[in-house]
Design a binder for this molecule. Structure first.
Ligand code: NAP
Length: 328
């Protein structure tokens, strides 16, 4: 497993982290606890040492399952746990709330569910424009100083928002979306982070399963699966994305003896991202990770990937569809 010393958080981290949103079940058509625990244990066994979760993933269920799995694994200090704050839910659904009182309550609830006495990285899940960043940042800094969190992160923040937040508290790491089809952060977030020594842990490396060969036009998403509302999975766009995936797969096979799933992860890592989150809920979904190490994409290969995407897509949509509503 490829690792990297991420200086801003002072840890050696596997460059692939396990994402556990689907393990929470909500917006992913349900979950299976035994299979989820097996997935987390397998991730740890193959050398993944970072697990990302959030209270919003299954309204606490993902954190509970992560806690059970890490407890069973038994080596908590060697595992880097990232979780999040700043989303609240009620009968009307999820909305943002990064107030001091919400954050102070959330850390307690998360530590209880995880059955841990600290988290390694604590992210503000989405920027909340209804609360001054000063209040949110000071609440996070207080948790940092008292030791219940070991690094402060922000997720889905623009450089301007990070700049403002950082005038009140340090930000060691950020978590934006990034993959071959969703490259919005290239012009601003990535250079900002490189210039300001903010580590990058990106999500959606497989574009929610699109960057694998299992998708086809008749693929059925069950229950509340968020891909039902993702414009990429609706025709005519879906057909174009599938054509691009087929060509990327052919490119990976012909040039590296790899598949599109390996190419998708290699691409994010070779673009200079510190850690790419890989969402999985079945142990066998981690098998492809073995095919990521030991090769690299050079500039010409990165350009060819871009060319394939441009040739196949008339228009591209980003991950905006998953933004939670603002505070009430
Ligand atoms: P992702 O990693 O791009 O895709 C995950 C999905 O891809 C899986 O649930 C699975 O779908 C499919 N998949 C995984 N391995 C596969 C394999 N070997 N073969 C075929 N399909 C495979 O997307 P993500 O889960 O949305 O993102 C990763 C993580 O980032 C999340 O779990 C979460 O921790 C984090 N995240 C954070 C934010 C944020 O706002 N900060 C937002 C989104 C995600 P099926 O199980 O349905 O087959």
């Amino acid at each position: 497993m490829e690792t990297k010393v991420v200086t801003s958080i002072n840890r050696e981290v596997s460059r692939i982290g396990l994402g556990t949103w689907a393990i929470g079940g909500t917006m992913w058509g349900g979950t299976d606890e035994t299979q989820s625990i097996d997935t987390i244990l397998k991730a740890l066994d193959i050398g993944i040492n970072l697990i990302d979760t959030a209270p919003a993933y299954g309204f606490g269920l993902s954190e509970e399952i992560v806690g059970k799995a890490v407890n069973e694994y038994g080596n908590r200090d060697n595992v880097i746990i990232s979780t999040k704050a700043g989303l609240e839910w009620d009968d009307d659904g999820i909305h943002r709330n990064s107030s001091r009182s919400r954050i102070t309550k959330e850390i307690e609830d998360s530590l209880k569910r995880l059955n841990m006495d600290y988290v390694d990285i604590y992210f503000i899940h989405w920027p909340d424009s209804s609360v001054p960043f000063e209040e949110t940042a000071e609440a996070m800094n207080q948790l940092f100083k008292q030791g219940s969190i070991r690094a402060i992160g922000v997720s889905n923040f623009t450089p301007k928002q990070m700049d403002e937040f950082r005038s009140f508290a340090p930000v060691q790491i950020t978590q934006p979306p990034y993959n071959i089809f969703e490259r919005e952060i290239e012009d601003d977030v990535i250079p900002y982070c490189k210039n300001n020594k903010v580590a990058l842990m990106t999500y959606g490396v497989l574009c929610r399963g699109l960057l694998t060969v299992k998708m086809h036009e008749e693929y059925e998403f069950k229950g509340d699966d968020l891909r039902k509302i993702d414009p990429k999975f609706k025709n005519p766009a879906f057909k174009q994305y599938l054509n691009a995936v087929n060509e990327l797969d052919r490119f990976a096979q012909e040039n590296y003896g790899k598949r599109v799933i390996h190419l998708a992860a290699r691409w994010v890592l070779d673009k200079g991202i510190d850690i790419a989150l890989w969402g999985a809920r079945k142990p066998e979904q981690l098998d492809a990770i073995a095919g990521i190490d030991g090769w690299k994409l050079d500039e010409a290969a990165l350009a060819e990937v871009q060319h394939i995407v441009r040739e196949n897509l008339n228009s591209q949509s980003g991950p905006e569809f998953m933004q939670p509503p603002q505070n009430k």
